[in-house]
Design a protein around this ligand. Structure first.
Ligand SMILES: C[S@@+](CC[C@H](N)C(=O)[O-])C[C@H]1O[C@@H](n2cnc3c(N)ncnc32)[C@H](O)[C@@H]1O
Length: 177
């Protein structure tokens, strides 16, 4: 799905309702990590609307949509707000590179949608999160069969870590940790 956002370059993969639900969760956050930023269109809208929060986006730009890697990184830079930073790589590489983080309030997981990778991203997200923080996962319980690994990964993650889905909006599941 492609959703243009006024005043931002490129397009968002999240629907307006999904973006609004995440924006609502950001309300009380000061540190937010986004795994899978694509063109930075979505995070740019959040960063603009929540100027007091800091946003770190992680993407290895392995998926390019209908553009190129260079175009997507260029759009991300066009979308950059003063409170947005980008790490090019995986979240595991980020973690290895700099294992100390201030504890994050919210991690948005929308990177590699395979079961194995999503499970790994969820575990890393949990390690980066403060107690009581939230993980928002896009494409949970979607009817797109190629993305069903996300649902399996989330359900297993919740069972293994004894955490649960607080609520969902569209295909975004908000896990209270
Ligand atoms: C569906 S798009 C993200 C859409 C974005 N959140 C938005 O709202 O527009 C998935 C992104 O995850 C990135 N990605 C895929 N595998 C990844 C990985 N292992 N680590 C980091 N990013 C990854 C892709 O390059 C792509 O930009």
């Amino acid at each position: 799905m492609r959703n243009a956002i006024d005043g931002h370059a490129g397009y968002s993969i999240l629907t307006p309702a999904e973006r609004a639900a995440v924006l609502n969760a950001i309300d009380t956050c000061s540190a937010v990590l986004e795994i899978g930023t694509f063109q930075g269109t979505t995070v740019s809208e959040w960063a603009k609307r929540r100027p007091m929060a800091s946003f770190l986006s992680v993407d290895n730009f392995s998926w390019v949509g209908d553009g190129s890697r260079r175009e997507n990184i260029g759009r991300w830079i066009d979308n950059q707000q003063p409170n947005m930073r980008l790490f090019v790589g995986t979240v595991q590489e980020l973690f290895d590179f700099c294992s100390y983080f201030p504890h994050l309030d919210l991690v948005i997981v929308d990177g590699d949608h395979s079961y194995q990778a999503c499970k790994k991203d969820l575990a890393t997200a949990k390690a980066l999160l403060r107690i009581g923080g939230t993980i928002a996962v896009h494409d949970y319980a979607t009817d797109n069969p190629s993305l069903c690994g996300v649902t399996k990964a989330v359900d297993e993650f919740c069972a293994e870590y004894h955490v649960s889905i607080h609520h969902t909006k569209g295909t975004v599941a908000f896990i209270q940790c």
